[in-house]
Design a protein around this ligand. Structure first.
Ligand code: ES4
Ligand code: ZN
Length: 326
């Protein structure tokens, strides 16, 4: 369609993408076969049928299970490169991708295997596809802060090649303040800071991410709309929200894309962006998120251009690089 072509042709950045969430069922079977890992599924169709979630935890249980097939440096390299091929075809020029080291180190896959594999895939993507990228190391918030510190220490030799740290996994019951110390340590190391907040958790978690962690960007942020003073703060400080419409639909954060708050966020002056989160699990990569959201909400061409600009000005890129894209 004309809309889909317009969206594909807009230079875009993706700022909220969990690389483990780009593991397609076909690839899950391939990695399981070559690593001799048993899967609780027999066919791709059985896997897809299991992707019916009623909340974040439902999804996380199956997402961590899927990640169990990732074992070797080649797996992480191939995973990243397959994602970059898809997002390059969607018109993405830059990606700031999340990875969850604890999901791997806790099952005996060394941090180095994960980081070297991903960094190799990223370098190849930049060279062959022209998509630049940086890594954001996410701490799993259902684990304790000591485990997050241990992960930051493991990452030490790689920190000059890691853009920042984030906070993901089960939100409710695990407020940002639980990680105040490790975020302070990360800031002192010169890392950028982001956190998932206000996806399922209350506006208070968004306040904490800003005031206690000092984040530079909020991942999701949907529930910030429940708090007028918080909206004023986010607008005044120009804080970017990395919104993920198809994720919100699949995890029942919204009942219908037509009810998605993205258009309202833009109208309020919030610096929202569109992202795919875990595209293999939520039904679409970057352009699919843009197109379905634009159709459901009747986004105008001006709004789409604003969203594309926000994706670069909200990225952690040097101003001269941002200027090349907007
Ligand atoms: C995630 Cl959608 C979402 N929320 C929180 N943590 C996550 N990890 C991967 N996807
Ligand atoms: Zn996410």
């Amino acid at each position: 369609t004309a809309l889909a072509d317009f969206i594909r042709g807009l230079p875009k950045a993706e700022l909220h993408l969990h690389i483990e969430g780009s593991l397609e069922p076909e690839q899950m079977f391939e990695f399981a076969r070559r690593n001799r890992v048993d899967l609780p599924f027999r066919t791709v169709e059985e896997v897809r049928a299991a992707y019916a979630f009623s909340n974040l935890q439902d999804f996380l249980d199956i997402y961590y299970q899927g990640a169990n097939v990732l074992r070797t440096e080649a797996d992480f390299h191939d995973l990243a490169l397959a994602y970059f091929r898809r997002v390059a075809a969607d018109g993405a020029r830059h990606v700031e991708l999340f990875f969850d080291p604890q999901t791997h180190t806790d099952r005996g896959v060394p941090f180095q295997v994960v980081a070297d594999g991903l960094m190799g895939g990223m370098a190849e993507a930049e060279k062959t596809l022209g998509v630049s990228s940086s890594l954001i190391l996410c701490f799993l918030r259902h684990l304790d802060e000591d485990a997050a510190f241990a992960t930051l220490n493991m990452a030490e030799p790689y920190l000059d090649r890691i853009l920042g740290v984030g906070l993901d996994s089960s939100e409710v019951g695990h407020p940002p303040s639980k990680f105040a110390g490790v975020f302070k340590a990360a800031r002192e190391r010169g890392l950028k800071l982001v956190a998932h907040a206000g996806e399922e958790g209350p506006p208070e978690y968004v306040w904490e991410a800003l005031d206690v962690l000092g984040v530079d960007r909020i991942d999701h942020g949907n529930r910030a709309l429940e708090d007028e003073a918080l909206v004023r703060r986010l607008v005044a400080e120009g804080i970017t929200l990395t919104v993920c419409p198809l994720s919100n639909l699949k995890l029942c954060v919204v009942d219908d894309l037509k009810q998605h708050p993205l258009k309202r966020m833009l109208a309020l002056g919030l610096k929202a962006t569109i992202n795919s989160d875990d595209p293999a699990y939520f039904g679409g990569y970057l352009a699919q998120n843009w197109t379905e959201t634009a159709e459901a909400l009747g986004l105008t061409r001006d709004e789409l251009v604003t969203l594309a600009k926000n994706s670069f000005t909200g990225a952690f890129l040097p101003p001269e690089v941002v200027a090349r894209h907007v």
